[in-house]
Write a new protein. Sequence first.
Length: 464
Amino acid sequence: MYHQFTKYYFLGIGGIGMSAIARYYKMLGYEVAGYDRMQTRLTNTLMSEGIAVSFEEHVANIPVEFLDAAKTLVVLTPAVPNDHPQLLYFRQHDFRIMKRAELLGEITRMKKGICIAGTHGKTTTSTITAHLYRQSHVDCSAFLGGISNNYQTNLLVSKESNFVVIEADEYDRSFHTLHPYMAVITSADPDHLDIYKTPDAFKESFEKFASLVATGGALIIKKGIDLQPKLQQGVKLYTYSMDEGGDFYAERIRIKPHEIYFDFHTPTEIIADVRLGVPVKINIENSVAAMALAWLGGVKAEELRAGLASFSGVYRRFNILCQSDTIVYIDDYAHHPNELAASIASIRKMYPDKKITGIFQPHLYTRTRDFADEFARVLSALDELILTDIYPARELPIDGVDPDLILNKMTLDKKQYCPKSGLISLLEQRDDLELIVSLGAGDIEALVPAIKDTLKSKIKAKEN
């Protein structure tokens, strides 16, 4: 794979997907460095592992040893703008530049790719899948879209297994570069309309992804998703659901405080009394999809049962960070209306008697504009909403698109805007908080430790 290159330079190295590939090439013995616009927990981890990361976009910040176009492959994420000084330099000096997705595509070409796609659910499903394989005799490598709590990393590397689990990103049609041996589609609700323009184009993109599954492989689609992919010859098509039948589904679901058990149905056997390691209702569906992929890959029944029971979740995917009789704090990455609805519904199921206060950071101006009505509707299911600043990521502001666009459409009475800078102070002043959930895919993550500390102080004060 591009054996002429001995060095890899990543533009946008701090992204969750980019960092996994950077770690992979570092582990293979290549020299690795990169740029990101801000220092984060993840970039700090990369630097601790010996990867040079700069946070200034000037060309002078590129390590001199990476300025040889014959030896350096430049890897690019779509979040990096076309006028970025380092990118312009690499283009002007004829460096080989590859998108992150193209490089992942090369990896799946050489191995048996297990690719998980979907508007939501793909990170948790991918991480469960990787854990089930990893804890079995089959094993796998994995490039994950989140930090696994079991392994404290987004990269798993196996020297023995030919399977590689990959989160298939639909943004910018990135997943069209992959070569899946098996694939799951968890959902296909329209998103990224800044790229796709119409829901039909978004749907067609998922049908294209499904058509890439290799001959002799398998495609598993959540029951009820309206897709008509043209599959390659010999690809087996399966459906799955939480508890609505299909080829794979859960039955006899037993939800108790802090425990969930179910029976896992496959086309040929039933695996009884499976315990869900992270007992959140939404994870039943994610687990069914992951277990289907593992079962088709040869993971045995007893390995599936043990693996799911020992799964401990994904960083920022419905993590319960504080739990007492007085205050509960949950942090969740949910940022699409359907994800928010599922997260809030799960919280209601788990804590029916608590008042839920949501802290939500919208992600992207375009998503806020395109789904303002849906955001307003699902967030009105909270008891209270604290809405903070829109996280722009790769985008410039859009006139008329601000937090009020959501707030003004909500039916919820108890709602307010609070800038991120004032959030901790606001929480410190409140004595009526019962269950707090922080929601969003942006830099609200940086406030999570302070929110946790604030709420733990309140718990301690109430107990004394």
